[in-house]
Design a protein around this ligand. Structure first.
Ligand code: UDP
Length: 384
């Protein structure tokens, strides 16, 4: 049963989406050519669901750079074809083996792949609360459909779970042994409970059918290619700062999060997928540096040099007050630690949004760090 729907390139979107980029254009699909690979790792055919999204597009890029063939599946509900335009161009020139398919994983999928990264799901509270039922379906039916595909294909499958499974945590920091504290009927439940149920089916397929799984609980991640209309705190604050508008802090701003830069997160995701042994997880992935939201706002004001002020608004219902990962398992198993500090990552992200707003961003520039831990030149409209 083949459900190849439509190639991302040839689709008329029927009007702009909230996160459309200025100048983003549909392109005609062209035949795929043989890739030039330089990697010494075993070449795999890898499916990335949500591959046109923020984390997904960076992951596709990384997998292609390692010489794998990548099939990117996305329904473009929160992803953006512009995130992968540069990869399609590289495929057109024969440099990489990259295919795209527009498909909603709520419907079953058949594809000849031998590894699956399941990232498809809106992840910003704004986006998932806009379509709560669809969010739960994507999380749960999508997980089941991808697990069925993994089972048929004997493929290893990675699940992008989330720190949201901990809800409003009664333990701090949150380790994988903590079962969480989620309101099952609250406004965040469509995502939180959807992802919790997805973990359930992952472990049942693993125990019952022997499907090789890797379940990661991804903590707050940020960086270039977050959508303009995303609504999560880092893009929201940076965009407000660059436009000289007030940064809207929810509550008193003393709630905390621990933010991981995209380059580090992609390292962790790939390392968990590739590591030897029966490492089903769940495993926290992220950066343990905890910051209060009000301090984050002040840091972004400093980096951008904006004259923006802070505005305060009521804390949304069930907004967790504290969140910090216990990364002991990640560090012991993968031997990895985050390399990008919040200051470095924010500077790179500010530069990205600045260039995007001014029309100077070239698709495919991706993360602007010159290697993790490298120096970053931050330019902004107010801080040239
Ligand atoms: N937040 C904020 N202003 C915004 C967006 C978010 O103060 O414009 C706060 C939000 O209330 C939460 C934190 O920033 O406490 C992180 O929110 P985000 O939506 O980025 O992710 P979450 O971790 O809540 O899923």
């Amino acid at each position: 049963m083949v459900r190849l729907v439509r190639d991302l390139a040839g689709i008329d979107e029927g009007g702009p989406r909230p996160n459309d980029r200025p100048g983003a254009m549909a392109r005609r699909p062209r035949p795929m050519m043989a890739p030039a690979t330089t990697s010494t790792t075993r070449r795999r055919r890898v499916l990335v669901t949500g591959g046109a999204g923020f984390i997904g597009s960076h992951l596709c890029e990384r997998l292609l750079a390692s010489g794998h063939a990548v099939l990117c599946v996305d329904d473009l509900s929160s992803g953006d074809a512009a995130n992968i335009d540069h990869l399609r161009e590289r495929a057109d020139s024969g440099a990489v083996d990259f295919e795209t398919m527009r498909h909603d994983i709520v419907a079953p999928l058949e594809a000849e792949v031998d590894a699956i990264y399941n990232l498809a799901c809106p992840a910003s509270p704004l986006a998932y609360q806009r379509h709560p039922v669809q969010t739960t379906k994507t999380a749960v039916y999508g997980a089941i459909n991808m697990l069925d595909l993994a089972r048929r294909r004997d493929a290893r499958i990675f699940q992008a779970s989330t720190s949201e499974v901990y809800g409003e945590p009664a333990e701090h920091p949150q380790s994988e042994r903590y079962w969480g504290n989620v309101n099952p009927i609250g406004p965040r439940a469509c995502y939180d409970e959807g992802k919790r149920c997805a973990e359930t089916v992952f472990f049942d397929y693993h125990r019952r059918y022997g499907v090789p799984i890797r379940v990661a609980r991804i903590f707050n991640t940020y960086g270039p290619r977050m959508a303009i209309g995303d609504g999560r705190v880092i893009p929201a604050f940076i965009l407000a700062a660059l436009k000289g508008e007030a940064l809207t802090v929810f509550g008193d701003g003393r709630q905390t999060r621990s933010f991981c830069y995209i380059d580090d997160m992609v390292d962790f995701v790939v390392a968990l997928m590739d590591c030897a042994g029966d490492v089903a997880g769940p495993m926290n992935l992220g950066n343990a540096d905890e910051v209060a939201i009000i301090d984050l706002a002040r840091t972004i004001i400093d980096i951008t040099g904006t004259k923006s002020r802070l505005a305060f608004r009521a804390l949304p219902e069930n907004d967790p007050l504290r969140r910090r990962p216990d990364l002991g398992l990640m560090q012991a198993t993968l031997g990895l630690k985050p390399r990008v500090s919040l200051g470095q990552g924010l500077a790179a992200t500010v530069e990205y949004f600045d260039r995007l707003l001014s029309g100077a961003y070239l698709p495919g520039e991706g993360a602007l760090l010159a290697g993790a831990g490298g120096s970053i030149a931050c330019r902004s409209a107010r801080n040239p």
